[in-house]
Design a protein around this ligand. Structure first.
Ligand code: PHE
Ligand code: NA
Length: 497
């Protein structure tokens, strides 16, 4: 099987940026910052970035590029017994995809509702009661919500189509047209936000540090969770994307560009978003703290309020905001699907079309769970456990595998330096061997110690056992089962050299 390739170096960088820049930047980051010490959160954020996020980003780039395959293939090349870890990470991406697409479906609906602010005055009741039709508690399914199913189905159809077209004609093409438009729109939104009355109040809320937060373990795990999610590391996405690069491609340079652009996008977009929050608080004569909401509430309850109050061109501002979510999220969704698609192609010798149909078909079916009126509760539990434990724990295993079990980290450093202009120093293998596993392990243990007996979010224990711990267990067992099967093909015939 001939390996697919990106059209050019810039194609790869745009696709990787498309993956990184997503709902994590626009939806997740602002409320995670606010709820975890505001200005003070930047400390754990940067610690997480430099002890884990960026080092692992380079690790994924070098693994995919050197071994030229998706996650499971790469990990079994490091050690025959470790293939399951690649499945674990790819399946986690697949699980996230199923609800990521649902949130994108909401954004599509809200693009439409932006015309004439169809959500009315009470945006909270509109979102939860009219739009989602949320039921009274977890476990009360309440039937399919058609208003959600339709946009979600449309987006799935587009995703199938783009992924059928392949890495270059699909993923790269979508990123090339969506990312520049997205950046332009966010720049406009941020500038407009900053010039609104009360913007300063919002910026104060963004930057005023609450240092007491730093002594809470969950603040630290939230920082690591955010960094992994936002950089798309720990999901085999970057491994897979790097495997489509030509043999001679600068890795270090691309890595820095992608990390820097993602994090500055996140940082600056939040300036726009907080300015708008300051504006809303000023209009309502309240403190910013009273208008801030949780991740989803921020985009789908608070932002519609801002749009209502907006001085002129409300619909345009609304459309720009929700189309930004759509574009940012869509290029990330393709990258949540691709690790699994590439992996099952390699393992079972499937064509791209067949692999896309199987993987996206299964994930689309799982989406249905969140399209039920009571689906929001599941979404919340799955998201929390997958991100805070699934990813962080798999990242520990990943650095232990490369740094200690297979001891490949030095040859990976050499590999990066062979192809890159900027050289990576000895700091990198040292971080991967010592700093990353120790900081991640310390943090996970501290958290488990703290919340083992507490049930997440006050949900009934059964629901957390099923959709939290249970789901994690299924992911791992599934990975181990697939590892028992034979490889249909070797993904990359090593003949080009
Ligand atoms: N990085 C994306 C975001 O910020 C999410 C994502 C995670 C995409 C993992 C691919 C893989 O929204
Ligand atoms: Na991101």
């Amino acid at each position: 099987m001939k390996r697919e390739q990106w059209g050019s170096k810039y194609g790869f960088i745009l696709a990787a940026m498309g993956s990184a820049i997503g709902l994590g930047n626009l939806v997740r980051y602002p409320s995670v910052v606010y709820e975890n010490g505001a200005g003070a959160f930047l400390i754990p954020y940067f610690v997480a970035l430099f002890t884990a996020g960026i080092p692992i980003l380079f690790l994924e780039y070098s693994l995919g590029h050197k071994y030229r395959g998706a996650g499971p293939w790469v990990y079994q090349r490091l050690s025959k017994k470790w293939e399951w870890l690649g499945w674990w990470q790819s399946i986690v991406a697949f699980v996230i995809l199923s609800y990521y697409m649902v949130i994108l479906g909401w954004a599509l609906s809200y693009t439409y509702y932006s015309f004439g602010s169809q959500w009315g005055e009470d945006t909270e009741s509109f979102f939860f009661n009219n739009y989602l039709g949320v039921t009274e508690g977890v476990g009360v399914l309440g039937g399919i919500q058609w208003k959600v199913l339709i946009p979600v189905a449309i987006l799935w159809a587009v995703l199938f189509w783009v992924l059928h077209r392949g890495a270059k004609r699909g993923i790269e093409w979508a990123s090339k047209f969506m990312i520049p438009i997205l950046v332009a729109m966010i720049v406009l939104i941020t500038i407009r936000g900053l010039t609104l009355e009360g913007a300063v109040k919002g910026l104060e809320a963004y930057f005023t540090p609450d240092f007491a937060a730093l002594s809470k373990p969950e603040v630290w795990i939230n920082a690591y969770g955010q960094v992994f999610f936002t950089l798309s590391v720990g999901f085999c996405t970057m491994i897979t994307y790097a495997s489509y690069l030509p043999k001679r491609s600068d890795l270090a340079n691309s890595g820095f560009i992608v990390a820097l652009s993602n994090c500055s996008f996140e940082f600056f977009a939040a300036i726009g978003i907080f300015s708008a929050l300051g504006f809303l608080a000023t209009q309502q004569g309240v403190e910013v703290g009273e208008v801030v909401a949780g991740t989803l509430g921020m985009s789908f309850v608070v932002f519609p309020q801002i749009i209502n109050q907006f001085p002129g061109l409300n619909s345009l501002f609304g459309v720009m905001f929700f189309v930004s979510l759509l574009f940012a999220g869509f290029t990330s969704a393709v990258s949540l699907a691709e690790p699994g698609i590439a992996a099952i192609r390699e393992k079972f010798g499937l064509s791209r079309k067949a692999a896309v149909n199987w993987l996206c078909g299964a994930s689309a079916l799982m989406s249905l769970l969140y399209v039920f009126k009571g689906g929001l509760y599941f979404l919340d539990i799955v998201d929390y456990f997958i991100n805070n434990y699934g990813i962080v724990v798999s990242a520990i295993l990943m650095v232990v595998l490369t740094g200690w079990v297979s001891k490949q980290v030095d040859s990976l450093q050499k590999h990066i330096n062979d192809v890159s202009i900027v050289r990576i120093g000895g700091w990198w293998p040292a971080i991967i061997r010592f700093i990353t596993p120790l900081s991640l392990a310390a943090m996970v243990l501290w958290n488990i110690y703290n919340e083992w007996m507490m049930t997440y979010g006050g949900y009934p224990q059964w629901s957390v056992n099923v959709f939290g711990w249970g789901l994690l267990a299924v992911v791992i067992i599934l990975g181990a089962l697939i590892q028992q099967r034979r490889w249909a093909t070797e993904p990359s015939p090593h003949k080009e050299e």
